[in-house]
Design a protein around this ligand. Structure first.
Ligand code: ARG
Length: 504
């Protein structure tokens, strides 16, 4: 995880605090460490003057509290500084600002950066958001030139750019954390080399499968999720201004390139109004969380006495307040429970935009608490999954016992396939094996224990040679087609993943 994203944890969850004016301030709650706000509209403060030139007095505290996004968007300081530096350099290169002004701006931005890095940056209560906070501080440091930075820029294209930069960085950091979980899965598979457990459909025992194949399924799912996280925004909104572009002869290709985008966004209104990249990132996060939730569900089952396929170490197990014997898999349950928060973010972001006329609206500010909460939750889930996988202890004997339990009839499909090879249609074979299973169940035995007369009564071909297919090892070894669960296949896949994950 990159430290900038970790260190700047957002409260994300909108805590509804009620201020002195009795108004609810949904997004400016717990994380607001600034000084207490006055209860009535006041005279303009210095930072307010940046935005409120056309107003006679200060802002009403209730509106200020709701409008102020600094408590959660302060974590965009790095993106805001990078975007501002690119914009400043472009203003210099195009001759819109003098080289001297740009040099002072860049030096000032570096100083502001140092203050954030060292934790020295002082927020003012009337800094409305991270963009205004940076500009206010920059102007304090460099003087008049600070006031020139916003030439040919609006907060609308600025915030859209910052957000897309954040989406990319956050995606890369989460993708790295996914890699760690993939490694954990591969290591667990290697530690239980050759372990066989039932594959279930409808939670009914179906066919034998290698534990490694089961775990590699999660590695593949996470790989698809990882690529989704890395998809990242491609178009740079910077230069779209408030939404119609700018009258200055800016170079949008230069800023797009410097900030690592493929191209400037072709339509200025789209650039400031669209949060589709955020929706796509939320979707990628939701897919990842959903995969982890299914892993959690498997862990919960496997840890139960009924399954007993896995034992979780003490550090990743929890106790009960009343039942002293309990050894609960709360972490695995939380992989399911926390996924709800992440999944919900997709609809939160869609709902923010549903029915919104084209153009920038303050509604869009709410994209950030939603995204940050989902990001932090997913980062937490990935760390949790890694911790659990690293201290998970497979129980191959219990797995094998479930496979060998004659009442499970895990090899019924093998018998059907065997009959097909002897000339029966698959449907006939299916029916014949159905009769075998019924007969075995009536007698309370497995297929291997049926006498020859009973076998023959189910189908004449079954009278001889049936035993040769009633082997778990043979069933496994036969699944050699691409994507299959034969040990040689699974071993090849395990080696491929070991290499792939080591290369990173
Ligand atoms: N804090 C705002 C946001 O997150 C920044 C954009 C403000 N633009 C505006 N026109 N008021 O969306």
């Amino acid at each position: 995880m990159s430290t900038e994203h970790e260190a700047s944890a957002s409260t994300g969850a909108a805590s509804a605090s009620t201020d002195a004016a009795g108004a609810s301030a949904p997004s400016a709650g717990a994380a607001n460490t600034g000084p207490a706000k006055p209860a009535t509209p006041s005279a303009k403060h210095a930072a307010e003057a940046l935005l409120r030139g056309r107003f006679a007095g200060g802002i009403h505290p209730a509106l200020h509290a709701a409008n102020r996004s600094l408590p959660f968007d302060r974590r965009l300081w790095d993106e805001d500084l990078r975007g501002s530096a690119a914009h400043a350099r472009m203003l210099g290169a195009t001759g819109i600002l003098s080289a001297e002004s740009v040099a002072r701006l860049l030096e000032g931005l570096d100083q502001v950066r140092a203050e954030f890095v060292d934790g020295r940056f002082v927020e003012h209560d009337d800094d409305e958001d991270i963009h205004m906070a940076v500009e206010r501080r920059l102007t304090e440091i460099v003087g008049e030139d600070g006031k020139r930075l916003h030439t040919a820029r609006s907060r609308n294209d600025q915030v859209a750019t910052d957000l897309r930069l954040w989406l990319r960085g956050a995606g890369e950091a989460l993708a790295d954390a996914v890699r760690v979980v993939q490694r954990g899965l591969v290591n667990l598979a290697l530690s239980a080399d050759g372990a066989v457990l039932p594959y279930y459909t409808h939670l009914q025992r179906a066919q034998p499968v290698l534990f490694g194949h089961h775990l590699l399924a999660y590695v593949e799912m996470l790989e698809q999720d990882r690529l989704g996280l890395l998809a990242g925004p491609r178009e740079c909104p910077l230069g779209a201004g408030a939404g119609t572009g700018t009258s200055f002869a800016i170079d949008r290709h230069a800023t797009a390139r410097e900030l690592g985008f493929e191209r400037p966004s072709p339509n200025s209104m789209e650039a400031v109004s669209n949060r589709r990249d955020a929706v796509m990132f939320a979707t990628a996060m939701a897919c990842t969380a959903t995969t982890l939730s299914r892993l959690g569900a498997d862990l919960v089952l496997w840890c139960s006495r009924e399954f007993g396929f896995l034992r979780l170490g003490d550090a990743v197990s929890t106790g009960s307040s009343i039942m002293p014997q309990k050894r609960n898999p709360d972490g695995a349950e939380l992989l399911r429970g926390l996924a709800v928060r992440v999944d919900g973010t997709v609809s939160r972001l869609l709902e923010l935009q549903r029915g919104l006329p084209l153009g920038y609206f303050k509604d869009l500010q709410e994209d950030k608490p939603a995204l940050f909460d989902a990001h932090d939750t997913l980062a937490h889930m990935l760390a949790l999954a890694d911790a659990m996988l690293s201290d998970a202890h497979p129980q191959p004997e219990r797995m094998r016992a479930a496979v060998d339990d004659p009442a499970g009839f895990l090899l019924a499909t093998e018998v059907a396939d065997w009959l097909v090879r002897r000339g029966l249609s698959f449907r006939e074979a299916h029916e014949a094996v159905g009769a075998l299973v019924r007969a075995a169940e009536e007698r309370g035995v497995g297929l291997a224990d049926l006498d020859n007369a009973t076998r023959a009564a189910c189908h004449p071909i079954c009278a001889e040679g049936l035993d040769e297919v009633l082997s778990v090892e043979a069933a496994l070894a036969s699944r050699t087609a691409v994507g299959g669960s034969a040990p040689e296949r699974v071993n090849t896949e395990l080696s491929r993943w070991q290499q792939e994950l080591a290369a990173d």
